[in-house]
Design a protein around this ligand. Sequence first.
Ligand code: AMP
Length: 288
Amino acid sequence: MPAPDILRTPAAMLAWSKAAQREGHTIGFVPTMGALHKGHVTLVERARAENTKVVVSVYVNPTQFDNPEDLKKYPRTFDTDRALLEKAGADAIYAPDDAAMYDPEARTWVEVGELADALCGLSRPGHFRGVCTVVTKLLSTVRPDRAYFGQKDYQQLRIIEVVARDLNLGCAIVPCPIVREADGLACSSRNVRLTPQHRQEAVWLSKVLRDAKAKIGAGEREGLKLAGEMAEQLEAHTSGEIDYVAVVDALNFADLQKIEGEVLLALAVKFGSVRLIDNERVSVPVKP
Ligand code: AMP
């Protein structure tokens, strides 16, 4: 594979994309914060399969971090990322620095309303405002035909679908399945920061979700009861601090008293300063 072009400014990125489009290419785009793992790689491979050009952004966006320590400690591995992206067949890497990304006079934010106030938004104030703003900026610079997002960050994916629809961003948002380690832990750039003990305990996030899904399969329909049992299981098997355990409507994140329709089982647990999230989707036929 030829080495990907590296673009460092919005103007350079926009010029690259316009040239590619003039030549008749379709552009698939994968936004990331770097520290790439096999979850990211599957998104790049999907983009590669469905488009003639692939752009990956590597940018740790400060405006979506509510916790300065998390921002400081977020892993940055650009040289390894670049090698991985070359192997995966990316044509361009968009990697601006903060000064290139945010004008010092910038005052425009993209907000999505109450969808951003549920789940992760409750304990991460301003997080989705930062995500919506940076993704809108990225999409208007890269101008892709399709943008690929992981279902691991389910709330983010749903919110970006809504932003793309509401602002007519003209790009298809493509959801991609969660990629997991062999023991079930969802791949995450933050996993490398877990202590060995926390890494072992973290497997319970996916186990609890799988068990809950099985209970729904066996007929459980009480949302609160199921969420309570999931929290109990996490407390029994991990030393992590539960941020939330939720059984909610997968489209609007409203709590579900009765489990039916498109359901999202989601949880967030903090191991020291490392906050992990995971989720499962379940479709439950609605009984009249
Ligand atoms: P991040 O670099 O963590 O911001 O993630 C960039 C993109 O990769 C987002 O769309 C994530 O949802 C996606 N992603 C991260 N981890 C995974 C995973 N384990 N499986 C699938 N997609 C993922």
